[in-house]
Design a protein around this ligand. Structure first.
Ligand code: AR6
Length: 196
């Protein structure tokens, strides 16, 4: 793997199926890549899809203004909504090391009555868009665990189980996690996966 974690520490590698692995690592998702052609990072965006703070801000800064330009061309499904909560859209990565960005929108924990389903859908639809675009390597952040306020433990359960269920046909699924506490929770949850 070409990506090196910015904060050091060991990566956890787990088998999801015969053909897919899961890697839990620390670092900045805007710097992640594997092969620069069949790899994608997932952007925890908002429904407007024109940038924001957190990981979204870091991804747009690293990609350059062409990313915002490409996002602005994604058709609105209703005024100011290019990607409804739980759905996913794909663009090129422009100046990012990874070749593609899959934009998804997680639920705002406190105000979304359907937050479990919507968080699951954000992971599931990102993987679906990845497969439709022949992505072999995909990196997720902890969707909704920043500005959107999802409790880490609950989010980890949904993230790992959904990836386990829908990662087939993708060689490697990464979680690139910025915070030590979230990294440790994700690692513990992944250790519960059955291994051959
Ligand atoms: N690499 C990896 N993870 C990161 C990075 C990074 N460079 N930066 C932050 N994180 P958030 P959300 C972690 O707020 O909760 C934006 O303004 C962060 O520590 O980025 O889904 C959007 O435009 C946290 O664990 O996404 C939306 O409006 C996780 O990424 C809204 O925030 C997610 O935090 C989306 O909120």
């Amino acid at each position: 793997m070409s990506f090196s974690s910015s904060q050091g520490g060991g990566d956890g590698r787990f088998q999801l199926s015969e053909s897919s692995s899961l890697v839990i690592t620390k670092g900045d998702i805007a710097r992640w890549f594997v092969d620069r052609s069949t790899d994608a990072i997932v952007n925890p965006a908002n429904e407007r899809m024109l940038g924001g703070g957190g990981a979204d801000g870091a991804i747009h800064r690293a990609a350059g203004p062409e990313l915002r330009e490409a996002c602005s061309k994604v058709p609105e499904v209703r005024p100011e909504v290019r990607c409804p909560t739980g759905e996913a859209r794909i663009t090129p990565g422009f100046k990012l090391p990874a070749s593609h960005v899959i934009h998804t929108v997680g639920p705002v924990y406190d105000i979304d009555g359907n937050h479990e389903v919507n968080l699951k859908n954000a992971y599931k639809n990102s993987l679906k868009v990845a497969k439709e675009n022949n992505i072999q390597f995909i990196a997720f952040p902890a969707i909704s665990c920043g500005a959107y306020g999802y409790p880490y433990d609950e989010a980890a359960t949904i993230a790992i189980s959904t990836v386990k269920e829908f990662a087939n046909d993708i060689k490697e699924v990464y979680f690139v996690l910025f915070q030590d506490d979230i990294y440790n929770i994700w690692l513990d949850k992944a250790k519960e996966l059955p291994q051959a």
